[in-house]
Write a protein that binds this ligand. Structure first.
Ligand code: SF4
Length: 485
């Protein structure tokens, strides 16, 4: 969909002597472009020092033959950024390079810390100085200064201090690390490439570079890759899992495999469940491109109503402009979609989409389909109503902005001007995925967070006053222990 929850960074790493690792990282990031379009960066290491290039924009805009040629070495990490903490600017681009008593490191982060303000205040009192406004720098500085004689000890120190969602790729002059938080909120997987190793936010990146998927990085695991080989460490016990269910609904690419599930058929199953829960007499079923197409096909198959592509998406509009602030978010749907009037005219249309967040886009989609001549528009959503914000790396909106936190389903139906509206139930959603409910974070639907979270969190909270929006005082709310507790 056009203005749903926003993605929140992709990370990639490769350790492959003999390969052009900068180019491998480039293609890996290219495959993960959907996870962040604000900035991109690659840092390589050659056993002695780090080399980096970062820039604002898409991967294809940031890198060219010339700057890739300068990225020498046998290992690399890369990052696509969508800002969840810190504003959109070059100095906040990743991977970050920082130096400390433990030498120089670079770090790329996907996720969001929930204790970042407290941590940063503590660190500033300890004498740390920060150059950016991101939680990723907080982690990088803790690591670069962490006590311990080995990197595993230093990672254990950092992981004991930080709370929240983090998948990290970290590079030193002679080692590469992949790290996943103990709850395993965000995805991270491990693969092989010509005798070397690769890590990526999603397995689809492996397909594009000819790597073989091996397994997911475990929650709480640190993987260390050096000239001596690979080793797996579990510095912190991980006794509960809270994987973000929205990866299945919307964020991850449909050709990615997460927890042994290929996403495309999972999304078709969500559509099929939706057809069982909210059947309707209609002539055609369509999905809002691209993320809801698989679910719409699932709805069509289950209901026996023919599937059509009622909206054609202009794939070349938006990507270069999509930035996570409201001005750009409000770009009209008409720039992005064109309705196929001949197919829609006079029809009773089921429209499948993956979410309604603020309720600003869906009325425009409905209006566009009506203007194309549809007789009825029945909206079907492959997720329950979003009633709570995300604190784990998804720019979902503040609670007061979430339409389902303010209105009932009948009121939302009226607001979007649909003839009917059906949201997939929580049990239907989890049942379609086919994994145990207690292994997921479902907090944006239930308000039951897997960790204590600040009642309000501002992604610009670490910005200096000149650039920050109004500050919020943080209150803390206890988590509701529903996840494997
Ligand atoms: S709150 Fe929602 S979007 Fe955020 S991690 Fe949990 S399920 Fe995912």
């Amino acid at each position: 969909m056009l203005s749903g929850p926003r993605e929140y960074c992709g990370v990639f790493g490769v350790y492959a002597p003999g390969e052009d690792v900068a180019r491998v990282a480039f293609y890996g990031l290219y495959a993960l472009q959907h996870r962040g379009q604000e900035s991109a960066g690659i840092v390589t290491a050659d056993g002695h020092e780090l080399h980096s290039h970062l820039g604002m924009g898409l991967v294809s805009q940031v890198f060219d033959e010339e700057n890739l040629r300068h990225l020498r070495g046998h290992m690399a990490i890369g990052h696509n950024r969508y800002s969840t903490t810190g504003s959109s600017r070059l100095k906040n681009a990743q991977p970050f390079r920082v130096s400390g008593p433990n030498g120089e490191i670079a770090l790329g982060h996907n996720g969001n810390l929930v204790n970042v303000e407290t941590l940063r205040n503590d660190l500033e009192e300890e004498g740390y100085e920060f150059t950016t406004t991101t939680d990723s720098e907080v982690m990088a500085r803790i690591l670069a200064h962490a006590p311990g004689n080995s990197w595993p000890e230093r990672f254990a120190h950092m992981m004991r201090r930080v709370q929240g969602a983090y998948c990290l790729v970290v590079i030193t002059p002679d080692a590469l690390f992949a790290v996943r938080d103990p709850l395993g909120v965000r995805p991270l997987c491990l693969g092989r490439l010509n005798g070397g190793w690769v890590v990526a936010s999603e397995s689809c990146a492996f397909d594009h570079i000819g790597a073989t998927f091996m397994r997911e990085v475990d929650p709480g695991e640190v993987i260390q890759i050096t000239a001596r080989g690979i080793r797996s460490l579990h510095p912190l016990e991980s006794n509960k899992s809270a994987f973000c269910v929205f990866e299945y609904i919307y964020f991850a690419r449909p050709d990615s495999v997460i927890r042994d599930k290929l996403l495309y058929p999972v999304r078709m199953a969500m559509g099929a469940r939706l057809a069982q829960e909210f059947p309707v007499d209609a002539d055609v079923v369509m999905g809002v491109p691209d993320s809801a197409i698989a679910a719409a096909i699932g709805y069509a198959r289950e209901s026996g109503i023919p599937f059509i592509e009622g909206l054609v998406k202009n794939r070349y509009v938006g990507r270069t402009f999509i930035m996570p602030d409201q001005r750009i978010r409000d770009i009209g749907v008409q720039l992005k979609f064109n309705p196929l009037t001949e197919l829609l005219k006079g029809q009773r249309v089921v429209v499948v989409d993956d979410s309604i967040v603020r309720g600003t886009t869906t009325p425009r989609v409905v209006e566009m389909i009506r203007r194309a001549g549809a007789r009825e528009v029945h909206m079907r959503i492959t997720a329950p109503p979003i009633t709570h914000p995300c604190f784990f790396g998804v720019d979902m909106a503040a609670r007061w902005e979430l339409i389902a936190a303010q209105k009932t389903v009948p009121q939302i139906r009226e607001h979007i001007n649909a003839d009917s509206l059906g949201y997939l139930s929580l049990d239907g959603l989890v049942g379609a995925i086919g994994l145990a409910k207690e292994t997921f974070c479902l907090a944006c639907f239930t308000g039951e967070y897997p960790l204590p979270v600040p009642l309000q969190m501002d992604k610009l909270a670490l910005e200096p006053p000149t650039t920050a929006r109004d500050r919020h005082d943080f209150e803390w709310v206890e988590s509701v222990p529903t996840f494997n507790s």
